[in-house]
Design a protein around this ligand. Structure first.
Ligand code: ADP
Length: 397
């Protein structure tokens, strides 16, 4: 069966076409800058590439451009859209309603709509993508895969904030966590690589991309995660603060900042960018740090320190772990950052092997033989996980 996976953002649609159950990628591409000047679309199938630059005014038009690319007689991936058997969608916020991926019906759409309030940048475009895809592929099952679903096993001791309980009852203020599809995928893959049954696997997973989060996984179930009500909490990120004293907000307000100013400051101007003053990109900062420029090294050290602090916290939560897994652009490609992270924890049984770490490891173990805890790099594959869930739901009898 061919399964099409969509990840719809406010101005972009990423897509991948899979052959299932093998999980092979037939084609992948994206439409960017929808509704802006200079929209463009591209698709790759093997060595063939299609590139288009034209105005794409909305998601409906974006999907029709994707249909044209997929069915292109020379470089396309299918003869007709009828070959597609199911369609999977990444949905950021599923709230408390969903513990797993779901076949989309009216109720599922309604819940995604209800959580637009909590994920105003993500759920509305996710929903638009679903509604447009239903028109575009009316007779195939559509499946929603939620970033929040894997975290729904977190107990209330870890998901409740110490705020008045009514705020949870009235407004559902609690920790939800995000990147769940990635945490689940790398945890399952890590267990498989170590030949451990997933339901007996304890791990700390670190998704380190532009957004960063960690999860504590006990017996294959998530028991805590660093992101909270929104993706702002937890680790230092490219442009987000992660944890900080919320009283800073009141203090800044008294200093003349508006709430909108502080929102922008915390989400877009902080993190690696805010500390270094020059970049949110770990590659740029490593280059500058190597030359001793500015506050690049300081920003990277603060980033790594926060991760170490959570490793300590999660080792306590889990009472030890089989493995610590890193993934995302930084975790998968950054040996220098991995070294910064996994330093000074020998007494906890965490010892990196310097040469395994720097060898261009794509997937596998990078700990020294004396390390009690396995340290692993596992490339994430959120789209592949969505395709797998979509296929399973679409073929369920
Ligand atoms: P997103 O969360 O947008 O999917 P990615 O997972 O692609 O982001 O991660 C982006 C981050 O990965 C950036 O900070 C980038 O600097 C970092 N990164 C990518 N390649 C490397 C590399 N070779 N070395 C260090 N960091 C890298």
């Amino acid at each position: 069966m061919k399964v099409l996976v969509f990840n719809c953002g406010s101005s972009s649609i990423k897509f991948q076409l899979f052959s299932m159950p093998e999980g092979d990628v037939i084609a992948k591409g994206m439409v960017q800058r929808i509704g802006e000047k200079g929209s463009d679309a591209s698709m790759k199938r093997g060595n063939d590439e299609i590139k288009l630059v034209r105005e794409i005014k909305d998601h409906t038009e974006g999907l029709s451009v994707i249909e044209h690319m997929l069915t292109d007689p020379a470089k396309g991936a299918v003869k007709s859209m009828d070959e597609i058997g199911a369609c999977g969608h990444r949905v950021v916020h599923g709230g408390e309603g969903f513990t797993a991926s779901m076949l989309i019906d009216e109720r599922v759409e309604k819940v995604i709509e209800e959580y637009c309030d909590l994920a105003p940048l993500h759920n509305p475009p996710n929903l638009t993508g679903i509604r447009e895809a239903k028109k575009f592929l009316p007779s195939v099952p559509q499946v929603a895969c939620f970033d929040t679903a894997f975290h729904q096993t977190i107990p209330e001791t870890a998901y409740l904030y110490a705020l008045p309980y009514e705020l949870y009852e009235k407004f559902k203020v609690r920790r939800y966590g995000f990147h769940g599809t990635s945490h689940r995928y790398v945890a399952e893959r890590g267990a498989a690589l170590l030949k451990k049954p997933f339901d007996q696997f304890d791990a700390i997973t670190c998704h380190l991309g532009n957004g960063c989060s960690m999860a504590a996984v006990k017996n294959g179930k998530c028991v805590d995660t660093t992101m909270g009500l929104t993706p702002l909490e937890g680790l230092v990120m490219g442009t987000r603060t992660g944890d900080f004293d919320p009283a800073i907000i009141f203090y800044l307000e008294r200093k003349g900042y508006s709430l909108d100013d502080v929102d922008t400051l915390c989400n877009k101007k902080s993190g690696l960018l805010g500390i270094s003053g020059v970049s949110n990109d770990v590659r740029d900062l490593e280059e500058k740090a190597a030359k001793g420029e500015g506050r690049a090294a300081l920003a990277l050290e603060i980033f790594a320190y926060r991760i170490r602090k959570y490793i300590g916290a999660y080792l306590a939560v889990l009472n030890g772990a089989n493995a610590i897994i890193v993934t995302g652009g930084i975790g998968e490609n950054g040996p220098i950052m991995r070294k910064r992270i996994f330093s000074g924890m020998e007494k906890l049984g965490i010892i990196l092997d310097a040469s395994k770490n720097t060898a261009s490891v794509k997937e596998g173990e990078i700990q020294a033989s004396s390390s009690a805890i396995k340290l692993m790099v596992v490339p994430t594959n959120e789209e592949g996980a969505i395709a797998r869930d979509t296929y399973a739901i679409a073929t369920k009898k």
